[in-house]
Design a protein around this ligand. Structure first.
Ligand code: GLU
Ligand code: MG
Length: 465
């Protein structure tokens, strides 16, 4: 009894301490404005800011936001048939642990926020609350998802009406590293300063393309980190007169920008990787295979969350190393789920699965929440992922793919949304309000790009992601 009544008092004290520490950091860095950020159904990062003098009061109440923003598309249009319009208000309520002084904007700091009702409850249309619920669902099984988005992005400059990549260097070349060195070094410093750990870096295949994998973290923090990476790369590039674009297919005939999602489940009890079994095939446990079975089973619907733009489906084509079929295989870079080979001496830590049909235009809270819902359904129902595919699945003939249960991924956002609408497990996990609004926003985006041509499509995706 006593412990239960002490806990809230302790956390109120911890909160006060945290708020004081935030105040100290603001003074030390002479912060003037503090941004309250969120990522909506359209995947665009938005927010409002307050002057630091009013920060404490807004930490308490949150900053007001019209409900309409969850019926907004990436074309900045309100969906006419959306549930939310000009009447109604929610609050951007900061996660105090997400505070960071922004190294790439003078005198600014930021929080990542929950969308809360006026009463302070999680709002049914809040993507971060959805991920919270899925994290709880795993926790109830004694499990925690750890993940990292492996981002690719394009550095380019505006020349007249065109986006021109900063270089056309060969894949993984030092030519490419040198061309991007000043800006990439600054991006990595800025990430470290915000508590995100860049782990590797290389110049990728596409023109001006960079890849920057960061260290894995528990699901909610991994999603927050994804917002930090996108914001930081773009913010630093801007200071160099460049644009860092996370558009899934920035140039229609070149390599796409993926955000391959690496993930593993860890046991809360003994802090061991639940996917790891040295005796299992490819070092994977039975639980890992069931989780994988769930991901593959739901994949045609899941991609509506992980590859969520019209532009995303130019990327999900065969021979692009982005995947086009519901196949899995060891170190198979044309499979939707690759089982990465283990790192010698770090076997348990490095056991993970890599979802390739995921791109950086995704709202990371929706992508990770959807992945958890799909995988946990696989665990629950002990779903079988089928046999591994050891070749490019596109080279198998159609009959062979059918025999193995391998399906083509949706070829357009419209098809993916149809699959999501049919997927009762994912829809129920999202909840009625969020599922309905997500589908409405994304259907409106499909209509918004219809008949507008590839240039219009690239222009909008290049800038907003
Ligand atoms: N650029 C590829 C994609 O669109 C990925 C290439 C790779 O890293 O294997 O996902
Ligand atoms: Mg890559």
């Amino acid at each position: 009894m006593q412990a239960a009544s002490e806990a809230p008092a302790r956390s109120a004290e911890a909160r006060r301490r945290r708020v004081r520490e935030i105040g100290r950091q603001c003074r030390r860095h002479d912060v003037q404005t503090v941004r309250f950020l969120y990522c909506g159904n359209d995947g665009v990062v938005r927010g409002k800011a307050c002057h630091v003098r009013f920060l404490e009061s807004y930490l308490e109440s949150g900053i007001g936001l019209t409900v309409a923003m969850q019926s907004f598309t990436m074309l900045d249009q309100l969906v006419p048939e959306g549930a939310f319009g000009p009447v109604g208000e929610i609050r951007l309520v900061p996660d105090l642990d997400s505070f960071a002084v922004l190294p790439y904007v003078p005198r600014a700091a930021r929080f990542l926020c929950h969308l809360r009702t006026l009463e302070g409850e999680p709002w049914a249309a809040c993507p971060r609350a959805f991920l919270d619920r899925m994290v709880e669902r795993a926790r109830a099984r004694g499990l925690e998802l750890r993940a990292a988005f492996e981002n690719e992005f394009t550095l380019a400059r505006r020349e007249g009406e065109r986006w021109v990549p900063i270089d056309r260097s060969p894949c993984f070349s030092t030519l490419g590293m040198d061309a991007a060195a000043t800006v990439m070094t600054e991006i990595m410093d800025a990430l470290v300063a915000q508590g995100v750990q860049p782990e590797q870096y290389y110049a990728e295949l596409g023109p001006g393309q960079q890849e920057l994998p960061v260290r894995f973290a528990p699901a909610l923090r991994a999603a927050d980190n994804q917002i930090t990476v996108r914001e930081t790369a773009r913010g630093v590039a801007l200071r160099h007169g460049l644009v860092a674009s996370f558009a899934p297919k920035p140039f229609p005939d070149q390599a796409g920008n993926g955000a391959h999602l690496h993930f593993s489940l860890w046991r809360l009890g003994d802090q061991a990787n639940h996917f790891h079994d040295p005796r299992g095939r490819y070092g994977l446990s039975e639980a890992a295979y069931h989780f994988l079975g769930g991901v593959l089973h739901h994949l045609p619907a899941l991609v509506a969350l992980t590859a969520p733009t019209v532009n995303s489906y130019r990327r999900l084509q065969p021979r692009m190393w982005s995947s086009a079929y519901t196949a899995w295989g060891p170190d198979n870079r044309e499979a939707a789920v690759r089982v990465p080979s283990l790192r010698r001496g770090r076997e348990m830590e490095s056991t993970n699965l890599e979802l390739k049909p995921c791109d950086p235009a995704a709202n990371p809270y929706l992508a990770l929440g959807g992945l958890l819902a799909a995988g946990l359904d696989g665990l629950e129902r002990k779903l079988d992922p089928g046999e591994p595919v050891l070749v490019d699945p596109d080279t198998l003939d159609e009959a062979e793919r059918r025999r193995r249960g391998i399906r083509r991924l949706p070829a357009s956002l419209g098809e993916a949304l149809d699959a999501l609408e049919r997927d009762e497990v994912l829809r129920a996990a999202l909840g009625d309000v969020l599922a309905r609004e997500y589908l409405a926003v994304k259907r409106a985006e499909v209509r918004g790009f219809e008949g507008k041509g590839v240039e219009f499509e690239i222009e909008h995706h290049f800038l907003k992601y």
